[in-house]
Ligand binder design. Structure first.
Ligand code: AMP
Length: 200
């Protein structure tokens, strides 16, 4: 299996890039945000429970998201691989994911860190709000999500750097260019079993 994680600040393009990579390599796209939004839309107990967190831009409790992700990972265990989009989002989640995968005899191959300037993120998100209909695509919630990212998620960079798994990608380039660079890095990894250390 080829198992990837993609993370970055809100609006960095991780959803778009995940879908493109999943399509190119036949991977399962596991988006924790989509899983939660589906539950909210269905009006399930879980959806009603997490609605407040998602709409206000806070992380939902680890126990909830871990359960959801584990269940879906098991569903995909016989696939070509999984791209985890939006998960893990904290150190605890990252450690738990490693433990869970190890128990199943699996591991993460590469962790894609998307780099985008704050001003560009803000422009993208406010632009996206008109099309996405997402309640968390407002200026106020963007600021909350940005703070949450800086405080709880950005530290994943150190965690995965220590495992030599971090691929840093300039996410300011056009979508196709970013996808091509990531694909290049994936192909390189498959050939050499090594992750590019430079920002691409
Ligand atoms: P996303 O679609 O990845 O931007 O996620 C949207 C929202 O879902 C986030 O702002 C959080 O409220 C929630 N969420 C998604 N993934 C996670 C996660 N791994 N841990 C906790 N909350 C999450």
């Amino acid at each position: 299996m080829l198992n990837l994680v993609i993370f970055g600040p809100p609006g960095c393009g991780k959803g778009t890039q995940s879908a493109r990579i999943a399509n190119k390599y036949g991977l399962m796209h596991l988006s924790s945000g989509d899983l939660l939004r589906n539950e909210i839309e269905k009006g399930s107990d879980l959806g009603n429970h997490v609605k407040h967190y998602v709409e206000k831009g806070f992380l939902v409790p680890d126990s909830i998201i871990l359960k959801k992700v584990y269940k879906n990972t098991i569903r995909f265990i016989n696939s070509a691989g999984i791209i985890f989009d939006g998960f893990p989002r904290s150190l605890v989640q990252a450690v738990m994911l490693d433990k869970f995968l190890n128990k199943k005899g699996l591991n993460l191959n590469m962790v894609i860190h998307m780099l985008v300037d704050r001003s560009e993120l803000f422009n993208r998100l406010t632009g996206r709000a008109e099309d996405s209909g997402r309640k968390d695509d407002t200026e106020q919630i963007f600021r909350v999500r940005m703070r949450v990212y800086e405080k709880q998620t950005h530290c994943l960079k150190e965690y995965y750097s220590a495992q030599n798994k971090i691929l840093q990608v300039n996410g300011m380039a056009p979508v196709e260019e970013v996808s091509a660079k990531i694909a290049n890095a994936i192909d390189y990894y498959r050939e050499k079993n090594e992750v590019f250390s430079d920002v691409i």
